[in-house]
Ligand binder design. Structure first.
Ligand code: GLY
Length: 433
């Protein structure tokens, strides 16, 4: 069996570990022992070391010493830092963009410049501001806080702030934008528009794309979409691969932009394969572009990989061989449903001490719900500890109806989770805003 290196340690990598290990021996360099990833490393007779996955010398030596054949990376920071480039230099088959390819995610201005060229009608009016004076002038254009502040670099889904939601009044928006200017030397101020947000995620071999079922993410911390933005508190997908407010023609329009963007990025050499993921708004005036990500979304990956009909390892092979198409990458007609479990402080304040908690994984799994650990390590038995202030674990299932999927996940949580833990109780509601 060939050997595959997976880098990254979130819930997204936990589900990737499950599906990669069905056809490869799984290897990883990890900063801590994520229980799901380690389970699949062991089951597949692979190997792991606890070390820094950002350290290129350590990763390079691990690849050489273990004669690894392939590499999958879907974490924004690792992609920006060029870990795919390291694997490529050593001749591995790779799934994920190089630093250059991942620029569509780590530079908002680069992504906007591409879309301005390829689909100007999708651009929302915006200003790329480079100093405080310019910032004052731009913010003065707005009567109130009807603008959005977008930092330039990676922010783990927590950087974009919308006037009236994340900040109130021009002054607060100005102060936030000023802090972004300090960090990266520029900041984007964009008109706030009315519309429904959606994402289009596609697997790609660099040229061909296969669009995955469309997912509905819950990027706010509390019920009814209240509170700060987070990496995603839950996610669902429908059996027809669409969302109630979307039509196939909307997806087709976004797919066209995605295909043309790939053509643009890969025009001289293959810099991008794996997953490309676009955020869009459906408005009265057509579809508008928000941003690109150069990887699987998290939690989106938990839903999408669980709805694949084709084995993921076959999809990987077709990506490596540049033979991906809709006949060799098929999805089930099923509803998928994920809830992320977090600490009560998550996204609101930083815990100083790790949270030690219990959960009964076996009892949850007995009810047809999968557990994907993220920023958690196992202490012993049913006792676990958080390893950072991020999400702890995701619970995912599939079913024939949304109601059934929702009940399965929420019922599995009853009596099986420590009361110290927290999660949104309203995943499944499709909000109108
Ligand atoms: N769920 C949003 C993201 O992965 O960026």
């Amino acid at each position: 069996m060939e050997k595959c290196l997976l880098l990254g340690n979130g819930g997204r990598e936990a589900v990737l570990a499950e599906y990669i290990s069905k056809g490869y021996e799984l290897y990883t360099v990890c900063p801590y022992e994520n229980p799901t990833i380690i389970e699949y490393v062991k089951k597949s007779n692979g190997k792991y070391i606890v070390n820094d996955p950002f350290n290129k010398d350590i990763v390079r030596n691990f690849i050489i010493d273990n004669k690894i054949d392939a590499c999958v990376i879907s974490s924004d920071n690792l992609l920006q830092d060029g870990l795919i480039d390291v694997a490529r230099e050593l001749g591995l088959k790779t799934f994920g963009p190089t630093t250059k390819g991942a620029k569509i995610e780590w530079s908002k201005t680069y992504a906007l410049d591409i879309v301005k060229k390829l689909a100007p009608e999708m651009i929302i009016k915006n200003y790329n501001v480079k100093n405080e004076e310019e910032l004052k002038k731009v913010i003065d254009i707005y009567e109130d806080d009807e603008f959005v502040v977008k930092p330039e670099g990676l922010t783990g889904g927590k950087g974009v702030k919308v006037g009236g939601i994340h900040f109130k009044g021009k002054n607060e928006g100005f102060e936030y934008a000023k802090s972004c200017l300090k960090t990266s030397g520029n900041v984007i101020i964009q008109d706030k528009i009315e519309g429904r947000e959606f994402t289009v995620m596609a697997l790609t071999d660099g040229e061909n794309i296969v669009v995955t079922p469309t997912t509905f993410d819950y990027p706010y911390r509390f019920d009814e979409d209240k509170g700060p933005g987070t990496g995603g508190m839950g996610c669902l997908s429908f059996e027809n691969g669409l969302l109630p407010f979307l039509e196939q023609s909307d997806i087709d329009e976004c797919s066209k932009l995605i295909v043309n963007t790939l053509k643009y990025i890969n025009k001289d050499s293959l810099e991008f394969n794996g997953v490309i993921y676009g955020g869009f708004f459906k408005t009265k005036n057509g579809i508008k572009f928000i941003e690109f990500n150069s990887r699987f979304g998290d939690p989106e990956a938990l839903n999408v990989l669980n709805s694949l009909k084709t084995p993921f390892t076959e999809v990987m092979e077709n990506i490596f061989n540049k033979t991906l198409n809709t006949d060799n990458c098929k999805f089930k007609n099923t509803y998928t449903f994920t809830v992320y479990v977090v600490t009560k402080e998550y996204a609101v304040e930083n815990r100083k001490e790790p949270l030690v908690f219990w959960m009964n994984k076996e009892k949850i799994q007995e009810q047809g719900v999968k557990v994907y650990f993220a920023n958690t390590k196992n202490l012993e038995g049913d006792t676990y500890s958080s390893v950072s202030n991020s999400r702890l674990f995701g619970l995912t299932t599939s079913a024939n109806t949304l109601e059934e999927a929702k009940e399965k996940v929420y019922n599995s949580m009853k009596e099986n989770l420590d009361e110290k833990l927290d999660y949104r109780k309203d995943i499944g509601n499709i909000y109108e805003h």
